[in-house]
Design a protein around this ligand. Structure first.
Ligand code: ATP
Ligand code: MG
Length: 389
């Protein structure tokens, strides 16, 4: 009898022919997440992965795995040879442990016989073990409809017995869905947008625009802090920091005031697209949400899109602000996002930004600017750093 940690794969397990690819990526993520806890051996067995770690690391490993995309549930299990004597003993230990931890009176046994050569069928095994437990532990009852605890028995090459299932993030392993360049501001939305795309398997890089010396160094620190938190889920994030103050000054000087926001946004997209192309990145990611602010109208989004060819992913497009805030709190970026440091967009904030920009008007204004030169200058002055968790 020994203990291992099991992880269930959720959507990864549903992949048909590509399953091996997804599983191997996940295996790599789990390896790197558990390396600092003694580099435990990990093996796959019919739809789950098992981690043979030292028991004193279990809590830390479980907490780390809760942030690894592709995992749906995590359980500390007792592993035994699959004979009745061992299964009975282990079930007793597992249920007693659960009783000690929580004030539990009712239970139900749930067997999953994956190995169809094993002679006892799942319902028979559940009732047999249920009977043994009732007889040997005092004061407990079976409740088939609403038990306070389930005792799970998975019969595979070995038998795994457990009572706890910690919920993890789900999603797909990082790196299974290409690379995305996140436009990361210091606000609430963009870190959440990055989280959501990373959860679908996109490997993140990020670009942040600032208007130093009009924006402070502290504002940049804040963005790095947000990147740190995000990197706990996504892994290391290459970050490009780009000063756009010269571009903003040019726009401010030569173009109508109410076009400031949309023109700036188009420059951000162009700069981001250039960086993405150089790094073999397939898409941009923003935290835009339809109707949230003046620049995020359908018309605004259309005019923004037409500045670049690269796809722009906007995972929050249909989200209400309160729902975005809920996610920000859950992933722990919220407290940092609400720190009061100014963003570059507020430096030349027009009093009445255009809500329904027309592409012809915007292109007319851009004729007054040396767009290619301004973009190239900004890109070549980008400062690179790597954000680690
Ligand atoms: P956020 O909370 O993410 O800042 P927001 O509601 O303030 O979003 P906007 O300021 O209009 O909305 O920005 C929309 C999106 O444009 C952001 O979610 C982000 O992806 C991108 N963006 C805005 N400002 C910056 C910046 N300074 N650097 C990088 N990306 C930015
Ligand atoms: Mg913002």
């Amino acid at each position: 009898m020994d203990k291992v940690i099991s992880v269930s794969l959720g959507e990864v397990a549903l992949k048909g022919l590509n399953r091996g690819y997804f599983e191997n990526k996940l295996l790599k993520q789990i390896r790197s997440a558990t390396r600092e806890f003694g580099s435990p051996n990990i093996y796959k067995e019919q739809g789950k992965m098992y981690i043979e770690a030292e028991e004193n690391y279990f809590d830390q490993i479980i907490n780390r795995l809760k942030k690894v995309f592709g995992i749906v549930y995590i359980s500390p299990c007792i592993r035994v040879e699959k004979d009745m004597g061992n299964i009975e003993k282990a079930s007793m230990v597992a249920l007693k442990e659960a009783l000690e931890k929580k004030n539990i009176r009712t239970f139900k046994v749930k067997t999953n016989r994956v190995d169809k050569d094993f002679p006892i069928k799942s319902p028979d095994m559940s009732s047999k073990i249920g009977g043994v437990l009732l007889k040997s532990i005092e004061g407990i009852k079976v409740d088939v409809h609403n038990p306070q605890v389930y005792l799970y028995i998975d019969i595979k090459d070995k038998c795994y017995i457990y009572t706890e299932r910690y919920k993890a993030q789900g999603g797909l392993p990082i790196g299974t869905n290409g690379k995305g360049l996140l436009l990361l501001s210091g606000g609430i939305d963009s870190p959440v947008a990055g989280f959501m795309m990373a959860k679908r398997g996109v490997r993140l890089s990020a670009v942040h625009f600032h208007s130093y010396p009009f924006t402070s160094e502290r504002a940049e620190e804040k963005v790095k802090e947000l990147g740190n938190i995000l990197a706990r889920y996504s892994g290391d994030i290459p970050l490009y920091t780009v000063n756009i103050i010269d571009i903003q000054k040019e726009i401010h000087e030569k173009c109508p005031e109410n076009q400031m926001t949309i023109l700036t946004r188009r420059f951000m997209m162009r700069i981001a697209e250039k960086i993405a192309q150089r790094q073999d990145i397939n898409a941009l990611i923003t935290g835009e949400s339809l109707g949230q602010v003046a620049s995020q109208t359908i018309e605004g989004i259309g005019v923004t899109n037409s500045s670049v060819d690269i796809p722009i992913l906007r995972p929050l497009i249909g989200f209400d602000k309160v729902d975005i805030i809920d996610i920000a709190k859950e992933i722990e970026t919220y407290e940092t996002s609400i720190l009061p440091y100014e963003d570059c967009c507020t430096v030349f904030l027009p009093k009445h930004p255009l809500t329904r920009p027309k592409l012809e008007d915007i292109e007319e204004s851009e004729k007054k600017l040396d767009v290619d030169y301004l973009v190239d200058e900004a890109v070549s002055n980008a400062v690179f750093s790597t954000i680690e968790p």
